[in-house]
Design a protein around this ligand. Sequence first.
Ligand SMILES: [Zn+2]
Length: 207
Amino acid sequence: MTKPTDGAAPPADPTAMLVALRAAAPAPADGQSALVRSWQAAHAAGQLSGATLADVALLLLQTLREDDDILDMAATDLLRLHGEARHLAPLRQLRPTLRPRGGFRDWRIEVARAISAIEARIEGRCSCTVDARHGAPLAPSGCEIEAEHVDVDLYIVTYQVRCGQCGSRWSVTERHGYHYPSYDWAALAGSSGPVPGGAGRSSPSAA
Ligand SMILES: [Zn+2]
């Protein structure tokens, strides 16, 4: 059985990689995310193609099991970051068949976001427009926080951020739900980004 050993050369076969990922359970997040991180590092070092990572993720979603819940974030992240045009058709076919999940962001929302991210990459658009459209979490988005405002009565945080890639500026409103926060993105004046539908409710310092 393959173990997620740091520094070991990863297998380049998507089926074997998925077996290794599932074997990294049952300690849900840690073992699996460490394995995915090691794959990402191997990709960054040129040892593993992004397309192979996307293949593993697609295979995971296509063979989804009851105990795979924690893996979808890794899978949809890998597809969002590395998916290619050939992944679009199977993802579009797969999305309506995925079940909703309690306690985490819905698989189907994350797959829709991955589809949009792949489309944007093919068309040469920046990923921040995709993050805005799909209410993506702020932390991994590649945006720099320029200012933040905490509404201590409502516990709503509004961030003013700037995309590190294209320079678009956004107001991102974070609301803490029972299991996970939600994020509403609105383009700020002077931004090159498009204005998404449904602006955030509170934007205290938005220009
Ligand atoms: Zn951008």
